[in-house]
Design a protein around this ligand. Structure first.
Ligand SMILES: [Cu+2]
Length: 165
């Protein structure tokens, strides 16, 4: 499919979503389960996550967990904190915590092929940890938060954290 066609379809898709969202005040799409979004570890979720190493960058032998500090929900700026530890020598909650050696990018992406048209803000905390803020989900449905590690310009590792809104 050509780029123009893709862009056209994305526009149609978003227009349709806006219509669905605005046409009925009590839309089931909006009201259902928004207060308690489904986490990745729920039964039936496509990705396996465990408490010892919820998410894993294999190129750095690095586990990480994700704790929402705002949200997640639609139509607001959500944020979360990431803590990383070595899979062999570290433990969740105890650490020692460290940061990925490579450059991290965070991209919320919808299953049907578009993002949020807004960059996630990444901030390094002293713990050490990373705070991601201005995380936006512009419509209900299945999203993946892509965590990408770059070595120079090359993508070398990627973890997808699914989230349904
Ligand atoms: Cu969409």
């Amino acid at each position: 499919m050509g780029r123009a066609m893709k862009r056209y379809l994305t526009c149609i898709h978003i227009l349709f979503s806006i219509l669905v969202l605005s046409s009925c005040g009590k839309s089931p799409l909006l009201n259902h389960d928004l207060a308690k979004p489904k986490g990745p570890s729920e039964p039936g979720a496509p990705t396996i996550s465990n408490t010892e190493c919820p998410w894993f960058f294999k190129t750095e032998n690095l586990c990480f967990n994700l704790t929402w500090t705002v949200g997640p929900s639609l139509q607001q700026d959500n944020s979360f904190v990431l803590k990383f530890w070595d899979k062999t020598t570290g433990k969740p909650d105890i650490g020692p915590f460290k940061l990925p050696a490579k450059r991290l990018e965070i991209l919320p992406w919808m299953s049907m092929g578009h993002g949020s048209f807004h960059d996630v803000v990444i901030q390094q905390l002293e713990i050490p940890a990373i705070r991601a803020s201005e995380v936006r989900f512009i419509m209900p449905g299945q999203w993946d938060i892509h965590f990408k590690l770059f070595d120079g310009g090359a993508l070398v590792d990627e973890v997808l954290v699914p989230i349904k809104l």
